[in-house]
Design a protein around this ligand. Structure first.
Ligand SMILES: C[S@@+](CC[C@H](N)C(=O)[O-])C[C@H]1O[C@@H](n2cnc3c(N)ncnc32)[C@H](O)[C@@H]1O
Length: 266
């Protein structure tokens, strides 16, 4: 059984965000938050905030994109910024010179403004100036990286994006607690932005979520990593080196399975 240590009230950061959020220690030694509003942690405490970002999102995506000169990432949603910061950490650590533009919606602007005080792991020490700038300006740019946070509701900001996307980190709160960021219509908006060889990474392995992706023209794959529950990778093209899921067969075997629809939650 996973141990979850809730350390409510132990840090200045936490105090300032009470009562909506409390600090959690994950099993990989990194910290995340618990959202009382969504009744859910920002990361799986069992998989670990940094470990989860690297293994479920950054590595499966960049293994296939790191040789591209330029990559645009859509990070859904920014939260504590682990996925964005883990991307910078990973590329810098491996001396990849890929130019990366990260666009990330987030409606909790109060959270973003306090991130410079968050207790990030030592791996992010080199990113302190980046984190401080993001916290202050919701924007960062240097010769290799450009990061833009889009304040507001992702359902409104996403359709306005002009750029084509290479990678989507689909990392919203769970479908049970934040269904509007997992519907067939949401995935349709994402698909409209994606290059034909885009990669979508997500922790969700639910049939309804895979169906929502599949119904928008994504092939579905299982991603396995060490010390990690398996997750989902999706792409408009067939990808090598991943376990392909035959969704037609899944539909035949599970005739009751349905994708989520906006109309059920609005
Ligand atoms: C699970 S957390 C994201 C964790 C983040 N990827 C990270 O690595 O730290 C989900 C985030 O989605 C944000 N959010 C939820 N619904 C949203 C919406 N409709 N528009 C914009 N942001 C939203 C929440 O405020 C929260 O910060």
């Amino acid at each position: 059984m996973a141990t979850v240590q809730e350390r409510e009230g132990q840090s200045v950061y936490c105090e300032s965000l009470r009562p909506q959020k409390s600090l959690l220690l994950c099993e990989d030694g990194t910290h995340t938050l618990f959202s009382k509003e969504f009744n859910e942690p920002y990361h799986s405490t069992r998989d670990g905030a940094l470990h989860e970002s690297l293994e479920k999102h950054v590595k499966p995506a960049f293994t296939r994109k790191q040789h591209q000169k330029e990559v645009t990432v859509l990070d859904i949603c920014f939260g504590l910024g682990y996925n964005t910061f883990a991307t910078l950490y990973y590329l810098k650590k491996h001396h990849f010179t890929t130019k990366v533009h990260i666009v990330s919606p987030e409606f909790d602007t109060e959270l973003v403004r306090t991130l410079y005080r968050f207790d990030y792991p030592p791996e992010f020490d080199m990113l302190k100036p980046v984190i401080e700038k993001i916290s202050r300006d919701f924007y960062y740019e240097d010769a290799q990286f450009k990061i833009e946070i889009l304040p507001g509701d992702a359902r409104e900001t996403i359709p306005k994006i002009q750029e084509k996307i290479d990678i989507v980190y689909q990392d919203a709160f769970s479908p049970a607690h934040n269904p509007l960021l997992w519907t067939k219509e949401w995935f349709s908006d994402l698909r409209a932005l994606c290059h034909t060889d885009a990669i979508v990474t997500t922790y969700s392995t639910a049939a309804a979520i895979r169906l929502g992706l599949y119904e928008n023209g994504f092939y579905i794959f299982i991603h396995r990593a060490e010390k990690m529950r398996f997750s989902t990778v999706a792409s408009p093209i067939l990808l090598e080196g991943l376990e392909y899921i035959d969704m037609e067969l899944k539909k035949e075997r599970n005739r009751k399975a349905r994708s989520l629809r906006d109309v059920d939650f609005r």
